[in-house]
Design a protein. Structure first.
Length: 131
């Protein structure tokens, strides 16, 4: 991988570079990073995930990003980590529980990388659902 591409990827993950529909995702990862404790290396992944979830819920509430209603009758499909609902003729809503990621930050970094590499199928973070 060339140095320029590595720098672009680093900048996107660090919140210094732009990616389509990435601003809110970068804001969340920055917030979670700011909340992380310096003792994070000594915590188990479960402890980190639990703390991140608590911090994320506070942020979502503060930003008014809870989604109260998903039309469950428009269910399309589900996989191991997500359920898909039809939004309209051009868009779907994906509910993802990030089960394959050790942390929420890892999940959001994955979204940013997807949006960086696959501009035609970018994810737009619309909000959050709590079940």
């Amino acid at each position: 991988m060339n140095t320029s591409l590595k720098k672009q990827i680093y900048d996107v993950i660090a919140g210094k570079g732009q990616v389509r529909h990435g601003a809110i995702i970068q804001t969340i990862t920055r917030y979670l990073g700011d909340c992380a404790q310096t003792s994070r290396e000594t915590e188990s992944p479960k402890q980190v995930r639990k703390q991140e979830t608590q911090n994320l819920e506070v942020w979502i509430t503060d930003q008014n990003l809870w989604i109260d209603a998903i039309d469950l009758s428009k269910f399309v499909s589900e996989g191991a980590e997500q359920r898909v609902y039809l939004k309209d003729t051009s868009h779907v809503i994906k509910l993802n529980d990030s089960i394959y990621y050790q942390s929420w930050r890892d999940y959001f970094h994955s979204l940013l990388l997807h949006n960086f590499f696959f501009e035609d199928t970018t994810y737009r973070l619309a909000g959050f659902v709590k079940e």
